[in-house]
Design a binder for this molecule. Structure first.
Ligand code: NAP
Length: 500
């Protein structure tokens, strides 16, 4: 927690708008509500700091794979970025500075976890229980993120393991890996950053790979003194960088949603990345992906493949059958002794944990509603049957190619416009028309059919257990911004405030 902040002040009995989560999304929501003159809002956060995923993911090597000029708020440019792809600490530092400079922190309550939110249809309020007491709110905004709850693999015997076990998002900085026999499970975005960082410390490293990812070179470099001076004194230079990166990323969309052959240069780059680092033909085979590029997140690294070539590193591709007190056993019967198990196994992305805590009209639990109809919302923001609930980073708003911060700003603008529209028209509660919501999602799923996420021959966290892509946005971020530029009251059912 950073100093000088009132973090655990009392909760009011009632607040107009309650925001859950203090990452990029919750902070943006708070800043934009303040700018819009919203008088009564509060942000609750289960952790003890702002930052969300950037506060939690402190594993060695944690860094962003979207250039920081774009992976930052448009309204808070940071001339201090030290390099093109910033490290976790630099992003966390940025989020803190923006939070402190924005004057909204007195509205934040840290160490306050949402336990339950129940819509009361008679009173038209959310009845909220938190770890620090109850309150009611007219509007509930979930800014809890899609990659906030670590997913642990369901491996036989894992509870019997006598060594250390931890998830990449809950890194044990108090545990020294020096000289240890370590197993990393997973080869996703987190694992490929961790392995090169710890490889020289450990005595032995087993990397358990279920699916080989595409890994292209990381074109990262420190900014020069001249660039830094220009960012500081010539704001248009900063803006030009951001704009260039933005449109460069937007141009990648057709390769994901129309024809993966357009990603041939990236596929070639991934292949050369392997050939440059790995000589052993067997290891080359093991790391060569067997699905279409883009189907899973395309990863960027210059040191992942070199790390795998160390003498004391084994890339294990046999499936894990169980874990014993001191070893990982694969299906071929091989037992590999280890002291530490690091789970780089991702997050609960298609089964949002917060949905278990939210009950809409008639007491329906959002998680059960999603289980029945699939995780879906209207414009990624609102759900029929759950009045006055707004998601930031809701269903189908994730990206495979660009900055989530851009999407967050679009969704925040939409939610703030909704608050203003409700206030000016005397509306007490809004929820999307069910037919409009159905059409929106039918259109999304129709577009999904031809995307590489569906046709690319992989399984990924983008898809729910029914194979529906419920996480990603299948169009440009520019289109999303246009579609969320105004709160479209006409597509909502509204109840007016009772007049005395
Ligand atoms: P992830 O991409 O979901 O990767 C999880 C890895 O664990 C995969 O390799 C998966 O294999 C493997 N796995 C899961 N269960 C397993 C099991 N039972 N046995 C063996 N292997 C298992 O998770 P992540 O790496 O934490 O990344 C999640 C997301 O966070 C990323 O896609 C990205 O959006 C974000 N992220 C971003 C950055 C960044 O630079 N901006 C960095 C880290 C994370 P399969 O592939 O076979 O499922």
């Amino acid at each position: 927690m950073f100093a000088g902040m009132e973090t655990t002040g009392p909760l009011p009995a009632h607040v107009h708008t309650l925001v859950v989560g203090a990452g990029f999304a919750g902070l943006c929501m708070a800043i934009k509500m303040q700018e819009a003159g919203e008088p009564d809002f509060l942000v609750v956060e289960r952790g003890d700091d702002v930052g969300g995923t950037w506060r939690d993911n402190t594993y060695p090597g944690a860094a962003c794979d979207v250039p920081s000029q774009l992976y930052s708020f448009s309204f808070a440019p940071n001339p201090l970025w030290s390099r093109s792809f910033s490290a976790q600490w630099e992003i966390q530092d940025y989020i803190r500075r923006v939070a402190e400079g924005s004057g909204v922190l007195d509205r934040f309550r840290f160490r306050t976890a949402l336990e339950e939110a129940r819509w009361d249809d008679d009173a038209e309020v959310w009845r909220i229980h938190t770890s620090r007491g109850g309150l009611t709110s007219d509007v509930l905004v979930s800014a809890a993120g899609a990659l906030s709850d670590p997913k642990l693999p369901d491996i036989d015997g894992i509870d019997s393991f006598q060594g250390e076990v931890f998830h990449s998002a809950q890194w044990r900085h108090d545990y020294d890996l020096t000289g240890e026999r370590v197993a990393v499970i997973g080869t996703g975005a987190s694992a490929i950053q961790i392995v090169p960082e710890i490889v020289d410390e450990v005595a032995h490293l087993d990397v358990y790979q279920r699916t080989a990812p595409y890994v292209i070179p990381r074109r990262d470099r420190p900014y020069t003194k001249v660039e830094k001076l220009a960012f500081k004194h010539l704001p248009f230079v900063h803006k030009a960088y951001r704009t260039g990166i933005y449109w460069g990323r937007e141009m990648l969309v057709p390769a994901f949603v129309l024809d993966p052959r357009l990603a041939a240069p990236a596929k070639k780059a991934a292949q050369l990345n392997i050939e440059k680092a790995i000589e052993d033909p067997q290891l080359r085979d093991k790391v060569t992906p067997t699905f279409e590029i883009g189907c899973k997140r395309i990863l960027i690294s210059n040191d992942w493949y070199p790390a795998l070539t160390h003498e004391h590193v084994d890339l294990v591709t046999d499936r894990i059958s169980k874990v014993t007190a001191g070893a990982v056993v694969t299906r071929d019967g091989t037992e590999r002794e280890v002291d530490v198990l690091i789970m780089a196994t991702g997050f609960h992305a298609t089964d949002l944990p917060i949905a278990r805590q939210i009950h809409g009209r008639g007491g329906v639990r959002l998680a059960e509603h999603f289980a029945e109809v699939g995780m879906q919302a209207y414009k990624g923001a609102t759900v029929h049957g759950f009045p006055n609930l707004f998601f930031i980073v809701g269903p189908n708003t994730g990206l495979g190619h660009s900055s989530m911060v851009f999407m967050i700003e679009s969704q925040v603008a939409y939610a703030v416009d909704a608050l203003q529209a409700m206030r000016s028209s005397g509306v007490a509660a809004v929820e999307p028309d069910p037919e409009v919501q159905r059409r929106w999602n039918d259109d999304l799923q129709r577009r999904m059919r031809r995307t590489v996420w569906t046709t690319g021959g992989c399984s990924s966290w983008y898809l729910d257990p029914h194979g529906r892509n419920v996480t990603l946005w299948p169009r440009t971020t520019y289109t999303f911004r246009r579609l969320t530029s105004r709160f479209d009251t006409e597509n909502y059912q509204a109840t007016r405030k009772a007049t005395a």
